[in-house]
Design a binder for this molecule. Sequence first.
Ligand SMILES: [Zn+2]
Ligand SMILES: [Zn+2]
Length: 277
Amino acid sequence: MIHSDWHIHSEYSYDASTTLEEIAQQARKQGLCRVGITDHANLNDEKFTDDLRRSASAVKAAQKKYPFLVLGVELTPIDKPRFDYVQKHGTKEGYIAPVLSEPFDIELAQTKEELMALGVRYAVGAAHCRVDIPHAHRLPPDLDASVKEWYRQQMWLACDERVTILGHPWYHGKSIWYEDFSVIPHSMNMDIAAALKENGKYVECNAHFFLTEQATEKFRHQYAGFLRELFEMGIPVTYGSDAHHGYEDARAKVEQYLSAAGFVDGDIAELSENSLW
Ligand SMILES: [Zn+2]
Ligand SMILES: [Zn+2]
């Protein structure tokens, strides 16, 4: 059912260690026809910009031997005041978050022009943490505030011109809603689906939800059902292993849940040529 993988991290991500050679060899063994390398560009500082530059040049070099590799990127929403500060000072050191009555505006680390200049051909845009208020990561996880904030970011990503694939919808580092997916209001998912459809985006089936021990069986089936509902609304679903350390074949495990939700061979999409930059 899964013949391509559009979300993999290489050693050029700060949190990953797999070499492009290992990824490409494994991909060949798995029989994948296309594989997207999506290293992180989390912030507009020199470190992340340099990581992305190194990822881009290494992928371009590796493509000579492995033409099935595609250069992508993973972008995460960051708060606009911090983005602006880094833009001005080149570093986040010394940044003091302002106090605002409204949630912070959202920004992504790179412009589409900057990404295209590096040869990046698509972006996975994905929410990772709250950016609505200062220092949210220091607060205890708050279910209602998090649902609201993930919805805000995902709606924003679904409308941003840089995002090709909405990556791991409702991923949460502390898994606060991984017991029962129905804590996410269905209406929110329908709003996100409508925005994805209107803007011609893909949605990702990320292996994380089906592999992490923090997700219950019930959650996994509900989540596969959510992907199926979007698929039936006409939103193409891509697969992302989101591999960081080594590149194991997780497809059989994921396909088991996708099959139960009604997916058959041919349903999981590849990025089309005209959706690539
Ligand atoms: Zn991610
Ligand atoms: Zn990722």
